[in-house]
Design a protein around this ligand. Structure first.
Ligand SMILES: NC(=O)c1ccc[n+]([C@@H]2O[C@H](COP(=O)([O-])OP(=O)(O)OC[C@H]3O[C@@H](n4cnc5c(N)ncnc54)[C@H](OP(=O)(O)O)[C@@H]3O)[C@@H](O)[C@H]2O)c1
Length: 308
């Protein structure tokens, strides 16, 4: 099969289209013919070796953790899915080697979810990692109906889901973004504020008493501002900095596979409750460009790799 892969940890520039053996259909795996693979920042970070201390890596390495497509093989211990079914998955495995930027993808049984008929596969492929992370962050933040929630990097992949999910749970939502994304955030029911050196003043101008929950997708200066932004009894949840626990009594989230959560999110998309913004689509042959675009750090919504 054809796949986008690296032979050395030199970033997206090192990505080549190469031939690989087809993945095996293991006893508890599902084989998916990739129609679309969502791109996440972790994919280009992996290409620099940025996750090597956390998960074993093997070269040549095919990046990609999100996929949607048609099932073409089902392991004997797997129940509830058949060849021909449309599925999406957060297909991260215990080793980084055979990712989703490939014609065929093996998916652990824990990870797949059926895609409703009305949801296109490129849209479905945008949901798993970003959507489930946003949902897990909102759970971790402890936010309740009527709270005011601040989302740092609200216009990106995770942020776009987070602001909508917080709204669906009855929150008033403030999101940080550059000026060019302010109308986009307003269209998602979110009050936009500009980040940078005036971050605290900008947030305080729309939330004078501070916010009840912070969803941090940035770390650094944004996370440092937590004490100046959080109301009493407020809670911060971060995907960037595990020290959020010791520093602010907050929560650190690392996305995990969860079929029930992914199924619910895909149904929220099908019902029109969640909007998925796809900034750009790149065919598999141009996966390098997709990864470079993500690395630029200013994607609105999602970038997706497609099979053709
Ligand atoms: N721990 C986990 O499980 C986990 C899961 C998912 C993601 N993450 C991490 O979370 C981060 C966000 O992921 P993502 O998929 O949402 O990324 P993304 O889609 O690449 O985010 C792009 C967005 O970031 C905004 N942005 C850039 N710099 C900013 C800043 N200083 N302050 C506020 N916004 C800024 C940009 O808005 P403008 O163009 O308007 O500047 C852009 O819309 C990444 O570092 C990713 O690796 C971790």
């Amino acid at each position: 099969m054809k796949a986008a892969a690296i032979r050395s940890f030199e970033g997206p520039d090192a990505v080549e289209i190469t031939d690989h053996d087809n993945p095996l259909v293991g006893p508890d795996t599902v084989l998916v013919e990739m129609a679309a693979a969502g791109v996440n920042p972790v994919d280009w970070k992996i290409l620099y070796g940025g996750m090597q201390g956390a998960i074993p890596h093997h070269l040549p390495l095919i990046p990609g953790w999100d996929v949607a497509g048609n099932v073409v093989g089902v392991g004997p211990a797997v129940e509830g899915v058949r060849p021909g079914d449309r599925v999406a998955a957060y297909a991260r495995k215990d080793h980084v080697r055979d990712g989703t930027f490939a014609e065929l993808v093996s998916v652990p049984d824990r990870a797949w979810a059926h895609v409703p008929d009305s949801v296109e596969l490129d849209v479905a492929a945008s949901v798993p990692l970003a959507g489930m992370t946003a949902d897990q962050l909102i759970d971790a933040s402890g936010m309740a109906m009527g709270d005011t929630v601040l989302v740092h990097a609200a216009a990106g992949g995770v942020g776009s889901f987070a602001v909508q999910l917080a709204r669906l749970r009855g929150a008033t939502v403030i999101g940080t973004a550059s000026e060019r994304n302010h109308d986009y955030l307003r269209s998602l029911g979110t009050t936009p504020v500009t980040y940078g050196e005036d971050l605290v003043a900008n947030v305080r101008s729309v939330a004078p008493d501070g916010v009840d929950a912070i969803i941090d997708l940035v770390g650094g200066d944004a996370l440092d501002a937590t004490p100046e932004l959080l109301a009493e009894e407020g809670h911060v949840a971060s995907v960037i900095d595990p020290e959020v626990k010791e520093r602010f009594g907050g929560s650190y989230v690392f996305c995990g596979a969860d079929r029930a959560r992914l199924t619910r999110l895909l149904h929220q998309v099908a019902e029109g409750d969640l909007r998925v913004e796809i900034a750009e689509r790149f065919p598999l042959d141009h996966a390098k460009d997709a990864l470079q675009t993500s690395e630029g750090g200013h994607v609105r919504g999602k970038v997706v790799v497609t099979s053709t």
